[in-house]
Write a protein that binds this ligand. Structure first.
Ligand SMILES: CC(C)(COP(=O)(O)OP(=O)(O)OC[C@H]1O[C@@H](n2cnc3c(N)ncnc32)[C@H](O)[C@@H]1OP(=O)(O)O)[C@@H](O)C(=O)NCCC(=O)NCCS
Length: 184
């Protein structure tokens, strides 16, 4: 598929098909998150400082369906503006085609734009579990700096790193935290 067939845009309104696509992406982020209804998604979109971006497959086969998403929200705190990135996901059938790249560069552009609009510095944070290898690499590539790191869990007696008995992967306490500063 040509890269230009994928378009990343801010979501202001949605169709039933969009809602279904978003609900297909949510379990790819969290197995415990609730799916959206028309009412709950409308409520999310009404929040002024909460920007939702979606990647659409505009190829003839894709027909404009949503295949990726991300959210960034901004908060005007007493000690300065803060931003948080959440809900970054690309449908498993579409991964590895630079759609995550397109989404992340759109988030970075939005952070920059917001800092210019508010004429204030904005620190944008995001969390990412260490086992999400692709996502961790992607954020670092876009200049998100590690601010805190998840710690491997250890057996209290032997101090050996604990691994999942099924996958063999290291078990962690906490999550990785990244930050990026946007200036006007
Ligand atoms: C993270 C995610 C959004 C990346 O989307 P994607 O469209 O597959 O990513 P891209 O093809 O744009 O690749 C972007 C960068 O991600 C990293 N990456 C992508 N696939 C990777 C893989 N299999 N292994 C390691 N790094 C990978 C690379 O840094 C890559 O850039 P590079 O090719 O220049 O090295 C996608 O894998 C996803 O939805 N994962 C499940 C949900 C998730 O982990 N979300 C993040 C929550 S914090």
């Amino acid at each position: 598929m040509e890269a230009e067939m994928i378009a990343v845009q801010r979501l202001f309104g949605f169709s039933d098909q969009d809602l279904a696509s978003i609900n297909k992406l949510i379990p790819q982020l969290s197995s415990s998150a609730l799916l959206h209804t028309t009412e709950t998604l409308e409520k999310v979109l009404k929040q002024e400082h909460h920007h939702i971006f979606v990647a659409r497959d505009n190829s003839p086969e894709g027909g404009g369906k949503i295949v990726g998403m991300a959210a960034i929200f901004f908060e005007d705190r007493l000690e300065g503006w803060l931003g948080e990135i959440h809900s970054v996901a690309v449908d498993s059938a579409y991964r590895g085609r630079h759609i995550g790249d397109q989404i992340t560069s759109q988030l970075v552009a939005d952070g920059r734009l917001k800092a210019q609009k508010e004429k204030r510095n904005i620190v944008v944070y995001l969390t990412c579990k260490p086992e999400r290898v692709a996502a961790n690499r992607m954020y670092r590539k876009y200049g998100f700096e590690p601010a805190a790191k998840a710690i491997p869990m250890r057996d209290p007696w032997t101090r050996k790193v604990l691994r999942d008995p099924v996958t063999g992967k290291t078990r962690y306490k906490g999550t990785n935290l990244y930050r990026k500063l946007f200036q006007p």
